[in-house]
Design a protein around this ligand. Structure first.
Ligand code: PEP
Ligand code: MN
Length: 344
C-alpha cells in the first residue's frame, strides 16, 4: 500500500499509529517524486478507506500493477539525486566518466586524472564485469573496489561501480557512492531490491531488450524499498541494426521527461561501441535534454582490458567536453561542478 501524506501534514504519526493498530508495522517513510509517502507492506481496501479520512493523508493506493512511484505524479516535481554531494537531475548537467574496468592503480589514476581535468565530476570503473564470454577479463573484484574508493578520494570524485551479484551488494555499497545495475541485470528484481535497501543512489541501465515500461518497472523495485535515489541510464537497445554495437534510443529522453520524475542520463560509449560516435551522440543527448552522460575514457585504450575499442582517449575526450560546454552554455544549462576543489 502507498500512503501519500497531505502537503500540509506536519508528521506521519497519526497515519502510522493507525497502521500499527491494524498490525501493520513494516512502514517505510520516503519522499519520492516530490511526494511524502509511507510504503506499507500489506493493507486492504477497508483500511485504505479509513486512512483516506485522516486529514494527514492525501491519497492511498493499493497497486496491483504499474509503476506509481517511478511515474510522474505532478508536473515539475523532478527528482534530484545527490551522489556524494554532486547533483544529478534538475538544471545541472552531470559528467560521469572513467575506464570501463578498474585494471590497476596506475591505470585508474591516469584515467581518473584525464577524466577530471576535462570536467568529470563522478568517476566510473567496473570492479565486477559482466562479460559475454566467461573467458574474458572479469574484473579484479574486491581489489578493484578498494582502488576505486582510494582513487576517487584522491581525486575528489564520488565513484560509481557495477554490482552484478546480490552477494556483493554490501561490499560494493561500502566502497561506492553509487551502485550501478547493468543492462544484463536490468530485470534482476532481487538485485534491484537489495541495491535499493542499501540506501545508496542507484544508476539503473536500461536492459537492451526492455521497453520503457519494463525499465520503469525495474526502477519501481528500487523505489519500493524507500530509496528515492534512482538515475535512469539509456545505453542502447537491440534492434536489427548492426552498424552500431546497440541502437541508442535518444527519443526516450523526452519520453521519460513526460512519464517519470527520475533523472535520465545517456551512455554513448556502450550505446554505440565506437569512439568516433561517442561525441556526436553525447552532444545529441545533451540537446535532447539528458541530465548527464556516462562515458568510457581510458588513458591508453589500445591496451585496455575491457571495451578499449569504444573508450575515448584524452584528446578526444577534451574536445568532446569543449563542444559540450559550448552547447550547454547555449542551452543555458549549468554543468555540475565539484563544490570543493581537492588536490591534485
Ligand atoms: C558498463 O557500464 O560498464 C556496462 C557493462 O554497461 P552495460 O550494462 O550498459 O552494458
Ligand atoms: Mn564496458
Amino acid at each position: 500500500m502507498i500512503v501519500t501524506l497531505a502537503d500540509d501534514a506536519v508528521d506521519s504519526g497519526s497515519a502510522k499509529r493507525f497502521l500499527a493498530e491494524y498490525g501493520l508495522t513494516d512502514v517505510v517513510p520516503a519522499t519520492i517524486g516530490g511526494r511524502r509517502v509511507l510504503l506499507v507492506e500489506g493493507g486492504d481496501e477497508e483500511l485504505a478507506e479509513r486512512l483516506r479520512a485522516l486529514p494527514a493523508v492525501r491519497s492511498v493506493l493499493l497497486p496491483t500493477s504499474g509503476n506509481p512511484l517511478a511515474e510522474r505524479q505532478s508536473p515539475g516535481a523532478d527528482s534530484i539525486v545527490s551522489v556524494g554531494g554532486i547533483p544529478i537531475g534538475g538544471d545541472a548537467f552531470t559528467m560521469i566518466a572513467g575506464p570501463c574496468a578498474v585494471e590497476s592503480r596506475e591505470q585508474l589514476r591516469d584515467s581518473a586524472a584525464l577524466a577530471r581535468s576535462a570536467g568529470t565530476v563522478i568517476l566510473r570503473g567496473g570492479a565486477y564485469k559482466p562479460r559475454t564470454s566467461p573467458y574474458a577479463f572479469q574484473g579484479i573484484a574486491a581489489e578493484g573496489l578498494a582502488l576505486l574508493a582510494e582513487v576517487g578520494r584522491e581525486y575528489g570524485m564520488p565513484v560509481v561501480t557495477e554490482v552484478v551479484d546480490v552477494r556483493d551488494v554490501e561490499l560494493v555499497a561500502a566502497h561506492a557512492d553509487m551502485l550501478q545495475i547493468g543492462a544484463r541485470n536490468a530485470q534482476n528484481f532481487t538485485l534491484l531490491t537489495e541495491a535499493g535497501r542499501t540506501g545508496r543512489p542507484v544508476l539503473l541501465k536500461r536492459g537492451f531488450g526492455c521497453t520503457v515500461a519494463e525499465w520503469l518497472g525495474a526502477a519501481e523495485y528500487v523505489l519500493r524499498t524507500g530509496n528515492p535515489n534512482v538515475v535512469l541510464c539509456e545505453r542502447g537497445i537491440r534492434t536489427f541494426e548492426n552498424a552500431t554495437r546497440f541502437t541508442l534510443d535518444l527519443a526516450v529522453i523526452p519520453v521519460l521527461e513526460n512519464l517519470s520524475h527520475l533523472p535520465v542520463i545517456v551512455d554513448p560509449s556502450h550505446g554505440t561501441g565506437d569512439p568516433a560516435l561517442v561525441a556526436p551522440m553525447a552532444l545529441a543527448a545533451a540537446a535532447a535534454g539528458a541530465d548527464g552522460l556516462l562515458v568510457d575514457v581510458h588513458f591508453d585504450p589500445a591496451n585496455a582490458l575491457c571495451d578499449g575499442a569504444q573508450a575515448l582517449e584524452a584528446n578526444d575526450f577534451e574536445l568532446m567536453m569543449k563542444r559540450l560546454e559550448a552547447l550547454l552554455a547555449g542551452l543555458d544549462r549549468p554543468i555540475a561542478r565539484r563544490e570543493l576543489e581537492v588536490a591534485p
